[in-house]
Every structure is written in structure tokens, then in C-alpha cells.
Design a binder for this molecule. Structure first.
Ligand SMILES: [Zn+2]
Length: 386
């Protein structure tokens, strides 16, 4: 917290008595309501382009955000996280006017290898060794398609090679597993990730997806990204879902079995349905023209029609914006939904093969030299926080 204060102080170059309030984003709250409630000009929202208004609708329920106030209780700055990589920053400019920008969250990334012999259960042991429930869940996601967890027993070996983000001395955000192997009764199962999709060593995609695609679409009009620099607009933006172009009125189906947790409007997303599934997953369907006969609390089956494609909210044309969240955090839907045939061929296959050779070499060296596991570290309690 001290670091943030110093950062704030540095930015505004003032040493007046400042205070930081940390709050939790309520379900149903919107950026527009937030601005209004805090007497910040709503033009900050209205002047955003459509994509950014949509992005601003993705402030996650329960996310922690900070408000910096001066001694007279006036808001100096606000930081609201959008994803692991991007945050909304509201501050007063040189002319004392409020300004809103999307700025990257700064963090470090390092590659780590964790190796252990199962004592209790794979999930529990990985969690206890690393301190990270995110890592334990990432392992489950990686193996989901190829390993029956019930077959993992005491004495089996697990090796995870992954990219860990760290921020202010703590584990931050989601984890990318590069390679995972589990030796069950001397039988080795391995998975390798490439462009967010898991493959076996022959480059064959591991099937058995958790979710199905929610609409028959004509094309994907916008893919998923947590933050990328737009070279023409010269700023950062993100797209926390997949846009499927489809005519107005096309049925939208639940990507999985679950319970409806929200039916209504959500800022730039227009008409929205949210569904809670097993294992911490939720899905979001936005810009809908209308809803099927559904209500909050109702159980739905995979493939059940829940709504119809539209262009409500901030939308340039009829499409379904489909978001997948794991524990309240947007993840790339391609990691859990079969989006398109993914068969590695030609150049991609070659690149995949080179990648896994590198991964295996790194892991093998670590194991042979008995490289210790990464230190057990504290995780940001709510995946996003300052
Ligand atoms: Zn979208």
C-alpha cells in the first residue's frame, strides 16, 4: 500500500494529506453510475469510443479498486482494474480537469517449474507447495482433457512448467501453463500449450471441451485480448471476450449446464445474460436483442436457448459478445470452448515441435539438477487488487 501512495504522490506532485479508500465493485454497478455518484463528469464515459465503453462494462463484480482523496475529500485519482493487464485510471490533468485513460498494469513475469510427489491430492498438494490456488486451478484446466484426477494417487509425480506474474512482491493474475506432466503409476501423461490451446506431443488438440460455442456465427469479428497496444490509436485496449457476428434474432445458447445469475442490462454490453457453471466458471452473453423465457436463479442445460443475437448497448452491428470467466476473471474462451478446428499443420506444427523441445529441455535440466521449487508466496486475495 505504501508503494501505491508513493506512486500517487509522485504523479500528482503534491504532499497534501491524502487518503486512499479501497472499495469493492458492486454487482450491477457501472462506470457511468460511479462517475455520477462521485460528481465526476459523465462526459468521461460518453467521450469514450464504443469499444472502450464496452470494455468499461467489464469491471468485474467484487473487484477491488482504489480512490485517492485530498484533505477536503475531493477525488484526486481512481484506479479500477479491468483485467490482469489493464486498468482504468481517472485523474486530474494540468488544468485540474478529470481525465480517463486505460493504462497497463505493471508486473513482472517469470518462468517457473514446480515438481512434486503427490501426498494427498494433486490439487491440494500443488496449492500447498505454491500457495497459489490459481496454479492449482490452472493445472486442473490443463489436465482436464486428458487425465482422470481420480486416478492420481499418492506417490505419483506432477511437474508443471508455467509463466507466473508477480506484482508488488505477490503472485498476480492468471497463470499460463506451458507444459504439464503427471506420472500415474509409471505412466506419463503430458500436455503442451500453444496459443492458449492444449495439445499432446504430436500436436493433436486435446478434446473434451467444457463449453460449447453459444451461437451459429458467420465469422469472428473480434478475438480475445487482455491488453494490446493499438498502434494507430496509440493507446492500450483490450477485448475480454469473443465477438461472433450473426444476424439479429439468431438463437443464443447456454455454453454449458448452469444457473442463470443475471438477466438485464449492463452498461455498454446492453442486454446481458450471465450463467454460473461448475468449477468457478461463468459465461456472459451481451448485446442481445431479447431474452428467451428465463429468469435469474433458473437452471439451464448446455445448448438451451437463453436469448437472441442483437446490437443493444455499445455495438456497431448485430453480434454476440461472449465472455468466459474463471473465478470472476475473464479468460480466453478458446481455452475452454471449441472455436474452430485446431489442427497444427505446416509452419505452425514446426513451431509447436520446436517449442515443446525447448520446454522439455528446460524441465529436464531443472529436474536433473534438483532445482528447488519456487518459493511459496502470497497471492493477491482477490485476483485483481492494488
Ligand atoms: Zn465484444
Amino acid at each position: 500500500m505504501r508503494k501505491i501512495l508513493l506512486l500517487f504522490v509522485f504523479v500528482i506532485q503534491s504532499f497534501a494529506a491524502l487518503s486512499i479508500e479501497e472499495s469493492t465493485w458492486d454487482n450491477g454497478d457501472t462506470l457511468l453510475k460511479f462517475l455520477q455518484r462521485n460528481s465526476i463528469p459523465m462526459s468521461l464515459y460518453y467521450e469514450l469510443d464504443k469499444e472502450d465503453q464496452e470494455l468499461a462494462s467489464d469491471i468485474a463484480y467484487n473487484v477491488k479498486y482504489q480512490i485517492l482523496k485530498d484533505e477536503n475529500n475531493n477525488i484526486e485519482q481512481v484506479l479500477i482494474p479491468i483485467s490482469d493487464d489493464l486498468q482504468i485510471h481517472i485523474y486530474k490533468d494540468k488544468n485540474n480537469q478529470y481525465t480517463l485513460t486505460f493504462t497497463p498494469v505493471s508486473y513482472q513475469k517469470d518462468d517457473r517449474i514446480l515438481h512434486l510427489t503427490v501426498k494427498n491430492s494433486a490439487y491440494q498438494d500443488v496449492y500447498e507447495e505454491s500457495g497459489s490456488s490459481t496454479l492449482a486451478r490452472a493445472m486442473v484446466r490443463a489436465f482436464k482433457r486428458s487425465v482422470n484426477f481420480r486416478n492420481i494417487q499418492k506417490g505419483d509425480e506432477i511437474t508443471l512448467y508455467y509463466e507466473q506474474k508477480r506484482r508488488m512482491g505477490r503472485l498476480w493474475g492468471d497463470i499460463t501453463i506451458k507444459m504439464a506432466s503427471v506420472e500415474i503409476n509409471k505412466n506419463i501423461q503430458e500436455v503442451f500449450s500453444y496459443n492458449d490451446i492444449f495439445y499432446d506431443r504430436n500436436g493433436k488438440e486435446l478434446e473434451n471441451f467444457l463449453l460449447i460455442k453459444p451461437v451459429n456465427y458467420t465469422r469472428i469479428s473480434s478475438p480475445f485480448s487482455t491488453a494490446r497496444y493499438h498502434p494507430i490509436l496509440k493507446r492500450y485496449r483490450a477485448h475480454l471476450g469473443i465477438d461472433y457476428a450473426a444476424p439479429t434474432g439468431t438463437p443464443v445458447k447456454s455454453a454449458g449446464k448452469g444457473t442463470i445469475i443475471f438477466v438485464g442490462t449492463k452498461g455498454g454490453y446492453g442486454n446481458v445474460v450471465q450463467i454460473k457453471h461448475d468449477a468457478g466458471y461463468t459465461t456472459l452473453y451481451a448485446h442481445l436483442s431479447r431474452f428467451a423465457k428465463i429468469k435469474s436463479g433458473q437452471k439451464v442445460n448446455q445448448g438451451q436457448i437463453i436469448a437472441y443475437v442483437g446490437s443493444t448497448g455499445m455495438s456497431t452491428g448485430p453480434h454476440l459478445h461472449f465472455g468466459v470467466y474463471l473465478n470472476n476473471k475473464a479468460i480466453n474462451p478458446t481455452s475452454v470452448v471449441k472455436i474452430a478446428k485446431s489442427e497444427l499443420k505446416g509452419k505452425q506444427k514446426k513451431e509447436f515441435e520446436n517449442t515443446i523441445v525447448q520446454y522439455e529441455k528446460t524441465v529436464q535440466e531443472a529436474l536433473e539438477t534438483h532445482q528447488p521449487n519456487p518459493p511459496r508466496e502470497e497471492e493477491f486475495e482477490n485476483y485483481i487488487e492494488f
